[in-house]
Design a protein around this ligand. Structure first.
Ligand code: IPM
Ligand code: MG
Length: 363
């Protein structure tokens, strides 16, 4: 059976990092006979430049017909002046919402080889392995009404709406608990229930859902405290579940615990585990086109795709081990470089992963 993957490189460093992930996927697909088939499409600024919209109908049709989607990154200064409705980021948000990809998994794992690359003390982060489960298709990102209006006194007022229905909270809570059952059986739900009614409901519903999972320990934390705890003692966490915007913010913070945001993959899943996979970092326009970006988050996103959508666990394990192998061999892109290691560019890092992978397949 073939597995159709739509590849959306997007903007900035997107095409460079995607090229490396494709090298890796090609090797596992051929050698392990996975039957992966690739088709490329446009999203973000790259789509806007051709179609005048960041998520054109062609791409909508492609992603609907796909088994999985691999995405690079969207956005850049070139499109910042555009109306918000056609900015590259809208393409990504449209993709998430069109496909109902409500469950966003953002694992933050510290590779032991990178303990020195984190800005935090090695003892605070060594052995770190947490999973942020971010609600991805609701909350303030999508709530209506939204906009900028002119008040009677002539002053402008910007407004957005934080909304969650019980069913939206329930399904993301179930995702988090199920993931925790496969990990260390702990869920910490992050909210601002002391101030926001919407997240008070969040806390109630997550608590109710938690009763179905007696083997998982549930705790709750206000988002401000969670931000502090993430940098103070991140290893206290196993699974963190939270709303769209809190998850956006906390996952960037968690990324830095691992040494570089260039290391963090993500999966965005619908109710049937169809998924879109992307690194959590952005398009990094400042380094785009220079061949220096770290492709590992994208390569690890490809591994997540094999694991979560295609259930190809061995292939996923092998890719993850190959990333570790490339790090063991001393290769580092600029973002994770430290003295005594070998600084390499994007393509060389991809090649190092491929070499480690081939080594493991031919053992
Ligand atoms: C992310 C990004 C996106 C988000 C942007 C690019 C729309 O920051 O995936 O975390 O805010 O969700
Ligand atoms: Mg973000």
């Amino acid at each position: 059976m073939t597995k159709k993957i739509v590849v959306l490189p997007g903007d900035g460093i997107g095409p460079e990092i995607i090229a490396e992930a494709l090298k890796v996927l090609d090797v596992v697909s051929t050698e392990m006979k996975l039957g992966l088939v690739f088709e490329s499409g446009l999203i973000g600024g790259a789509a806007y430049d051709v179609y005048g919209t960041p998520f054109p109908q062609q791409t909508i049709d492609q992603v609907k017909a796909a088994d999985a989607i691999l995405l690079g990154a969207v956005g850049g200064p070139k499109w910042e002046g555009l109306d918000i409705s056609v900015r590259p980021e809208k393409g990504l948000l449209g993709l998430r919402s069109t496909l109902g990809l409500f469950s966003n998994l953002r694992p933050a794992i510290l590779y032991p080889q990178l303990a020195d690359a984190s800005t935090l003390k090695p003892e605070v982060v060594s052995g770190l392995d947490i999973m942020i489960v971010r609600e991805l298709t609701g909350g303030i990102y999508f709530g209506q009404p939204r906009g900028v209006r002119v008040l009677e006194n002539g002053e402008k007022q910007g407004f957005n709406t934080l909304v969650y229905t019980e069913s939206e909270i329930r399904r993301i809570a179930h995702s988090a608990f199920r993931i925790a059952q496969k990990r260390n059986h702990k869920v910490c739900s992050v909210d601002k229930a002391n101030v926001l009614e919407c997240t008070e409901l969040w806390r109630q519903v997550v608590t109710e859902v938690g009763k179905d999972y007696p083997d998982v320990a549930l705790s709750h934390m206000y988002v401000d405290n969670a931000a502090m705890q993430l940098v103070r003692a991140p290893k206290q966490f196993d699974v963190l579940v939270t709303s769209n915007m809190f998850g956006d913010i906390l996952s960037d913070a968690a990324a830095m615990l691992t040494g570089s945001i260039g290391m963090l993959p993500s999966a965005s899943l619908d109710a049937n585990n169809k998924g879109m996979y992307e690194p959590i970092h952005g398009s990094a326009p400042d380094i785009a086109g220079q061949g220096v970006a770290n492709p590992l988050a994208t390569i690890l996103s490809a591994a997540m795709m094999l694991r979560y959508t295609f259930n190809e666990i061995e292939a996923a394990d092998r890719i993850e081990a190959a990333v570790s192998g490339a790090l063991d061999a001393g290769f580092r892109t600029a973002d994770i470089y430290s003295e005594g290691t070998q600084k390499v560019g994007t393509a060389q890092m991809g090649d190092a992963v491929v070499a480690a992978l081939k080594g493991s397949l031919h053992e």
